[in-house]
Design a binder for this molecule. Structure first.
Ligand SMILES: Cc1cc2nc3c(=O)[nH]c(=O)nc-3n(C[C@H](O)[C@H](O)[C@H](O)COP(=O)(O)OP(=O)(O)OC[C@H]3O[C@@H](n4cnc5c(N)ncnc54)[C@H](O)[C@@H]3O)c2cc1C
Length: 827
């Protein structure tokens, strides 16, 4: 069997790190850990890959994952989904709750199945975590740099120091393309709440935009597989084994020495992988399950299943926390909601637009606006405890419900419910779903808080901003008036926001519920860590994908023994320096001040603006008071009037190496770079194969409906044959790609880069054009090899990404001219 052969081959070496679970956290770790070439890394994932191969065509074929608006499709079956269910919930009318969790690279709910809302939560979450853990390394100041390192924000940042622009995780703001979004924000303001410019910035509280993890250039889902794995797949020290179930960790005493795996699809012999360190990234359900199956958990529970105990950790699987929400919707005027797109012919047209150009209604999740508010004005409530997601449509029963009305809807729920539950194995069989009991509403405070959510949302929808747009209330309906009626309704309608967390919580060693220490190590063991949403000490106040990714980013530095990223000062609003940092905190004329980095891409011309952090944590821009300050790392503050300053900096030291500014890339470009000029052949083949796929798909869809049985069989056969032909064409494509080697066009690249390094701004097209003929995969390796050579300048953190990604993007259909223009100005 193919899987077995591959697994045995993979098992022939001992790994430095085996990562179990290729979800939000797992893909981040796979990238960051394998960036250290001396480490051998293996990534195991129970599900399949999220695409056939890592480019746009691969995404088109797996469109159900990569088309943002198709997010509900994968929730409807168990193909890419663990399809969990909770036990009946006593306090919620004995309902069992459906809990979809992704089972695919880039993963769970996570980034391949989730709703793509990019929300970091509140800074006070991390400050609370630091207290719960007893380690200030997990407070906001120490986690914020990792949110920023992870992020690649597509859009103007205007000196905003909370946003990252060099990271792997692509984030975009959705457009307010119907008056309903703006009405929602205005209604919030009319109801007395603030507006916020950025829910992930200085002020979470208020009404504003909800960004999304979507690539702006091709309108596809930015899951962690595309963002983190694709740039690392070619590394020789990284192996990825999909369709693989990590069954249990193997110990020598209390030291983890390996892991037993089997094929997820078919029961096979187990294969043992040896490793110096195992990192569980299975998410909040599967990580505690894997620990329990491995003998780590509550001894009493393990005994029931005759599992050999290794370490008694009663907290494993406990402390389960989740977010609940209710839908509130009103009918609206015809044409304002998304309903028209959910019916032919517009449905087909918007689908075609996405396939051809990567734009339009299918290129977004439609949760473009949202809000964070407080349920009451109580002293002990110092940050929002309610979140609203607004959508100009209805989203019912996990996307399975029929949309019959033109409507707008808010999904509103509490952020720090008090009820906690558990995850427990039901048997020794790793394939059996564990018992999931979130104990929803078991704490008596939780139900009234959800009733408050309903009342506040009704109040918001009743504001004048909606007067021209609002018709009758559809959900729950005006007949619901008393608190009792509302509470009964809440119990019948609440659903998970898909945010299980904290089942292997990080904490103080003296806390009996702690599972991992502040370095993510499982207590009482050696060589075993957990890194995913399950280690949050308590649930974050927002969606969980971004905080999980930040946790994994930070954990990667911890595991590799790197110095943690730090803010240049301890103020909550300190500017964040990323790659190329060389700005020590400084003081000018007695003021507490530092430069604010506007952009940090290598070779960029950068403007630094001086700002001041006031005692209440706000930034004030000093530009209007003085001339802008420009900071030179060698000389301290300069009060210059030029607006641009050539920037070369070190990521390691705060010393400015003067020689750098005179250097060109000539010396550091590697002698050999793989390139080929057969782009057009491979693209043509790819297009042909895509067309085959499309024809086969249409045949299946149309003929199954229209024909008699015999024709159905014949046509199904034809469709299947076409499908097979598609695969053959793909294989041909790969073979050609592999066989054809041409002379490197090194001079072109060198010339372009030298021009760039000399800061002769000659326009985006002219210096990037020579690169455009290169094969996409090869560009990634150029980036890698160029970066490693640049390391001698201590500036290498893939600054060339900025240079090469636009090229890759431009090679793809749907690359908008406006995008090129914005990149032009950026570079
Ligand atoms: C439907 C849905 C919508 C969501 N919407 C949002 C949203 O809009 N915004 C947001 O921020 N968050 C959202 N979330 C939540 C967010 O996506 C998750 O909290 C986050 O992805 C958790 O990341 P993780 O790394 O802990 O786990 P996951 O991303 O779930 O990764 C775990 C991975 O491990 C694999 N795995 C598990 N067990 C094994 C095993 N034994 N062997 C091998 N592999 C294994 C799984 O298949 C999976 O791929 C949503 C979640 C869901 C389900």
């Amino acid at each position: 069997m193919l899987w077995l052969r591959k697994a045995r081959q993979v098992a022939s070496v001992k790994y430095d790190f085996v990562i179990c679970g290729g979800g939000s956290a797992g893909c981040v770790l796979a990238n960051r850990l394998s960036a250290d070439k001396s480490k051998n890394v293996l990534l195991l994932e129970a599900g399949p890959s999220d695409k056939f191969f890592s480019n746009r065509l691969g995404k088109l074929i797996s469109w159900k994952i990569h088309m943002p608006a198709a997010l509900q499709y994968n929730l409807q079956d168990d193909k890419l989904n663990w399809y969990y269910e909770t036990v009946p919930q006593k306090h919620a009318n004995n309902r069992s709750f459906y809990w979809p969790r992704g089972r695919v690279l880039g993963a769970t709910g996570s980034s391949s199945l989730n709703a793509m809302v990019y929300v970091r939560g509140h800074g006070k979450d991390q400050d609370r975590w630091a207290q719960e853990i007893g380690d200030e390394q997990w407070n906001y100041d120490h986690v914020l740099p990792y949110f920023i390192r992870a992020q690649n924000f597509h859009g103007a940042i205007d000196g905003d120091t909370y946003k990252g622009t060099n990271g792997f995780l692509h984030v975009t703001d959705g457009e307010f393309n119907t008056p309903l979004y703006e009405a929602f924000v205005q209604a919030g303001i009319q109801a007395g709440y603030p507006k916020t410019e950025d829910v992930n910035g200085y002020q979470q509280e208020g009404f504003g935009k909800l960004p999304m993890t979507v690539y702006k250039n091709d309108g596809s889902r930015a899951n962690t597989s595309s963002c983190y794995l694709d740039p690392a797949r070619h590394r020789e020290n990284l192996k990825i084994l999909p369709n693989t179930l990590a069954e249990k960790v193997i110990f020598n005493g209390t030291t983890a020495t390996g892991i037993d795996i089997s094929s997820f699809k078919a029961q096979t012999d187990t294969v043992r992988i040896e490793a110096k360190e195992i990192i569980l990234c299975g998410g909040s359900i599967n990580s505690p399950q894997m620990l329990q199956l491995s003998g780590i958990g509550n001894y009493e529970e393990l005994k029931k299943h005759e599992i050999q105990p290794i370490v008694h950790l009663p907290g494993v699987g406990e402390n389960l926390q989740d977010h609940l929400e209710i839908p509130v919707s009103n009918k609206t005027l015809s044409g304002l909601s998304l309903k028209k797109y959910q019916m032919p012919p517009l449905m087909q047209l918007i689908g075609a637009e996405w396939f051809l150009r990567g734009t339009g209604v299918c290129a977004t999740n439609h949760f473009h606006a949202g809000a964070f508010i407080r349920s009451k004005a109580a002293e002990d409530l110092d940050h929002p405890d309610i979140q609203l997601h607004f959508v100009p449509s209805q989203y019912l029963d996990h996307g399975r419900g029929e949309i019959e009305q033109e409507a707008f809807q808010a999904h509103v729920g509490t952020l720090r419910a008090k009820s906690t539950g558990h995850v427990k194995i039901r048997s020794r069989n790793p394939r059996d779903h564990p018992e999931i009991d979130p104990k929803y509403l078991s704490n008596p405070d939780d139900l009234p808080d959800l009733v408050t959510c309903l009342k506040l949302t009704r109040e918001i929808f009743a504001q004048a901003a909606f007067d021209e747009l609002r018709l009758e209330e559809l959900i729950p309906g005006k007949e619901l008036i008393t608190d009792r009626e509302m509470a009964d309704w809440v119990k019948s309608i609440i659903e998970t926001v898909y945010h299980p967390s904290s089942t292997c919580k990080m904490g103080r060693e003296e806390d009996p519920m702690t599972v991992v220490d502040s370095k993510c190590r499982v207590l009482g063991t050696e060589g075993l860590r957990v890194v995913d949403a399950s280690i949050m000490p308590s649930i974050a106040s927002g969606n969980l994908n971004a905080p999980t990714i930040a946790i994994a980013e930070k954990a990667a530095d911890i595991i590799l023994g790197k110095d943690p990223l730090i803010l240049p000062n301890s103020q909550s609003c300190g500017p964040i320096f990323q790659i190329g940092d060389c700005f020590p905190e400084t003081s000018v004329g007695g003021e507490h001040a530092f430069p604010c980095m506007a952009n940090s891409d290598y070779g960029d011309t950068v403007t630094f603006t001086k700002r001041r952090c006031s005692s209440d944590g706000h930034w004030s821009d000093l530009n209007d008071v003085n001339e802008p300050y420009f900071f030179d790392c060698t000389q301290g503050w300069l009060n210059q009037t030029e607006t641009n300053y050539d920037y070369y900096a070190s990521s390691e030291s705060s010393e400015y190496d003067d020689s750098m500014s005179n250097s060109t890339f000539e010396d550091v470009i590697p002698d050999e770079m793989p390139t080929n000029n057969y782009m057009s052949i491979t693209i043509s083949l790819a297009i042909v194969s895509f067309l085959f796929s499309l024809v086969s798909f249409i045949l299946m869809a149309v003929l199954i409906r229209k024909c008699t049985r015999i024709y159905i069989h014949m046509n199904l056969l034809a469709a299947i044959m076409l499908r097979h032909l598609t695969f053959i064409v793909f294989i041909l494509y790969k073979v050609i790609q592999w066989r054809i080697k041409v002379e490197p066009k090194l001079e072109d690249i060198q010339k372009s880069l030298i021009e760039l390094s000399q800061n002769q701004y000659i326009g985006w097209d002219s210096y990037l054009q020579p690169l455009e003929s290169y094969e996409l995969n090869d560009l990634t390796s150029v980036e890698q090899s160029t970066c490693s050579s640049l390391a001698q300048f201590e500036v290498c953190k893939c600054q060339l990404q900025c240079l090469l990604y636009p090229v890759i993007q431009k090679n793809l259909p749907g690359y908008a001219a406006s995008e090129a223009a914005s990149l032009d100005s950026k570079i």
